[in-house]
Design a protein around this ligand. Structure first.
Ligand code: GLU
Length: 383
């Protein structure tokens, strides 16, 4: 493994781990307490090593079916949703118990596609997850299957894992599955198939190698994992696809050991985020800041606080992208606004201790948090 690849593992500070239904539920036989306990033990080792971890776990429908005594997966959407609601209880309880045994707090977060597509909800989900990570609590995420139908579903948790990696700007997405990783072809059918140890995430050849088909228990096949890796790479996260029963897989991976298939992201996190802001988001407005705030944002990497703002232009909502301009009107940075333009006008020049009196509530002390802010390059400022 080359140096860049091994450092993609060793230097990963924020890691999203995704486990699939067939692993979690022992091929649908019921929640595998020993396996879940084992992953939680490893998560604790990672946290003690200074990493932040997020768990994305499938298994709600499979566990719900088991609890309801259903041998075959129902076709009716409402029955699947009912099974998910039943199974999610067991899933949450199991993670709670196993994480607590390893001295870790846990939090259940159920997300839908709409939560990630809507900018305000995206921002809410993001700041909740980042707060949980700051508190050292492990978020355990699943799709909120009970309230989504097929058309609006993320659909499989490989994709959800990638979206979560984008959301929290993870460095690494580890997809644990019942296979060892990716082969160049199906090894059961093609004797010339070889194992792919490492490749570039997003390489179109990988999609051809992965083919179709998932298992009858979970939703995703190898192809969804390859596409998830491509999506995760969009925000700078590399992906590993590895066997979930590989002893100590998470700890060994974090130590830089090559296990499974590593799909390396080509873009740096910061570059990816800038690109994302430039490509996806239209600027809705701007705020002007005083010299002190300009120095803090531009030179010290700090968040923008309302007290440093001198005026608010345009009409924007919480979660919209706004420009931060200096007193001469030059753009310093852009980022996601925590307050709408109407609110921003009310708290402009005010310390956060006064927000409550003015607005009736406090969303965040910052107007734009430094995690949601990218500095505008000189070239951009001059055009
Ligand atoms: N969200 C579904 C569940 O927990 C699983 C989707 C998947 O298998 O990827 O049952």
């Amino acid at each position: 493994m080359n140096v860049a690849a091994s450092s993609a593992l060793r230097d990963a500070r924020r890691i999203v781990v995704k486990v699939g239904s067939s692993l979690v539920t022992n091929e649908g036989r019921g929640l595998d307490a020993a396996a879940i306990g084992e992953w939680c033990r490893q998560l604790a080792a990672l946290v003690n090593d200074g990493r932040e971890v997020v768990m994305v776990s499938s298994g709600a429908i499979a566990e719900g079916m088991k609890r309801l005594g259903w041998a075959t997966r129902p076709r009716e959407v409402n029955e699947l949703q009912a099974a998910a609601a039943v199974g999610q209880m067991g899933l949450a309880q199991m993670y709670e118990t196993k994480l607590r045994e390893n001295k870790l707090g846990s939090a259940q977060v159920l997300l839908t596609h709409a939560d990630l597509a809507d900018r305000e909800r995206y921002l809410n989900a993001r700041s909740t997850l980042l707060t949980l990570l700051r508190l050292g609590v492990v978020p355990v995420i699943n799709e909120n299957d009970t309230v989504v139908n097929d058309e609006i579903k993320v659909g499989d948790n490989d994709t959800l894992g990638a979206l979560v990696a984008n959301l929290v700007e993870a460095d690494l997405l580890i997809i644990l599955t019942d296979q060892h990783g990716l082969y160049t072809a199906d090894p059961r059918r093609d004797p010339s198939a070889t194992f792919v140890h490492e490749a570039r995430a997003g390489d179109p050849q990988l999609e051809a190698m992965a083919g179709g088909a998932g298992s009858s228990i979970g939703k995703g096949g190898m192809i969804t994992k390859i596409l998830a890796a491509k999506r995760a790479a969009g925000s700078g996260a590399s992906t590993v696809i590895a066997w979930g029963r590989e002893p100590d897989a998470l700890v060994r991976l974090a130590g830089g050991e090559p296990i499974g298939t590593l799909l390396v992201a080509q873009t740096q996190k910061m570059q990816a985020r800038k690109q994302w802001m430039a490509d996806h988001l239209q600027m809705r407005g701007a705020v002007r800041v005083d010299a002190g705030a300009a120095i803090k944002v531009r030179d010290e990497g700090k968040s923008l606080l309302p007290i440093g703002m001198t005026s608010v232009d345009g009409d924007f909502a919480r979660g919209d992208v706004i420009a931060i301009r200096d007193s001469a009107g030059l753009e310093l940075a852009r980022g996601l606004a925590n307050y709408s333009s109407a609110e921003a006008r009310m708290i402009c020049r005010k310390p956060s201790s006064e927000f409550e009196a003015v607005l009736g509530y406090v969303a965040e002390p910052e107007m734009v948090h430094r995690d949601n802010l990218v500095l505008t390059s000189r070239a951009l400022a001059e055009t």
